[in-house]
Write a new protein. Sequence first.
Length: 291
Amino acid sequence: MKKIALILVVLSLLVTVLGACSTDKKDDKQNNSVKEENNQGDKKDDAQPKKIKVGASITPHAEILETAKSVLAAKGYELDIVEYNDYVQPNVALDAGDLDANYFQHQPYLDQFNADRGMDLVSVAIIHYEPFGIYPGKTKSVEDLKDGAEIAVPNDGTNEARALLLLEAQGLIKIKDGVGMEATVIDIEENPKNLVIHEIEAAQLARSLQDVDLAVINGNFAIQAGLNVSKDAIAVEDKDSVAAETYGNVIAIRKGDENREEIKALVEALKSDEVKEYIESTYEGAVVPKF
């Protein structure tokens, strides 16, 4: 009887040990399965494209960015384009961290905005230049302007100076010496035709054409209104002018983000052959690549 009892005890212990081993193997399999799923999940996460959020004027900046999308996608980036109709909110949103970059302005405007708003936004690349043009409204040529004719110009500092310099280049006005890119209407010292200069928000200039004799319009807003500087303007900034060298449109970012891989990829995409070809074939001189 004692031997039988001993045998039963040994068998019971064996069953317990084997059951535990079986459970451990099941647990190991389950743990390995969970690890594999987690690893696969990590791989899926790694495969997700990195997002770049860029603010832009509708024309031509957002259109150019659309072309850069495929170039960025090939490098594993997803480009999110946020369109703006004004020159203020894209910088405000960038400074607040709502955007990674913006693309709508030239360096003098960016410098002035930083000074006025106490911001520290910087340029990382010049992409293109948009020639300013003088467009006919009620008067069809510079020569036909009558005494007291009305001309509309942008009302923001740097663009107003640029417009006045273009009017000066046509012999319509004379600006005080040394004022240059800071000129406003109060700096006009000679106005032989007694022209009335209206300072208007840049986005509204094209709409003002029916009410004025001439308007000096920013390149992007002219394009947006269906105007082409090479076909519709009666006078255009010279390609070798100070304005052409000064007013290239830039990619702006927050200072300190210069070495972010996303920003480097964005600049490379916008300077690609694909984008250059798109600009040249689409805008016919109204937008000129600067790379």
